[in-house]
Design a protein around this ligand. Structure first.
Ligand code: ZN
Length: 157
């Protein structure tokens, strides 16, 4: 028998957690694609007219792709011609939060999910009435669920 293995049980096992990436709970990180991760946690932007929801005119709700919080409704979506899904209002007050973003020599207001902190896009002051706001949001940060499908899910429960 080897006795050395018994004596060597000091606390050398604590792993140093030196991650430079933003704090993302593993449960979220695992289910995101690399593109989604780049947008939501590295504050990337998808190329204009590349997103799958830019021309989506179906009725339904847009949820946070990371945590599933409802963010925007199709009733406030409008065609901004910018190449990104655009809304003039959030689905519910307080579901998104804002931060000043001075990157790329621009002064913009960043829009984030208020629940998980995922970066969604930016908000501008040139939107239509009644709000005058234009939420310019990345498709990749959203998960759209059409109205009919939602009702189907409810009925199954
Ligand atoms: Zn979220």
């Amino acid at each position: 028998m080897d006795d050395n293995t018994k004596t060597d049980t000091t606390t050398d096992t604590a792993e140093s957690l030196t991650t430079t990436a933003p704090k993302v709970p593993d449960e979220y990180k695992d289910k995101l694609t690399e593109e989604q991760y780049n947008i939501c946690f590295l504050k990337g932007t998808e190329p204009p007219f590349s997103g799958k929801y830019t021309d989506n005119h179906e009725e339904g709700v847009y949820y946070c792709v990371v945590c599933g919080q409802p963010l925007f409704s199709s009733t406030t979506k409008f065609d901004s011609q910018t190449g990104w899904p655009s809304f003039y209002e959030e689905a519910q007050k307080g579901n998104v939060k804002f931060a000043e973003d001075n990157s790329f020599f621009m002064k913009r207001i960043e829009v984030m999910c208020n629940n998980c902190g995922a970066h969604l896009g930016h908000v501008f002051d040139d939107g239509p009435q009644p709000s005058g706001k234009r939420y310019c949001i990345n498709s990749l940060a959203l998960n759209f669920i059409p109205k009919e499908k939602k009702e189907e899910i409810k009925e199954l429960k």
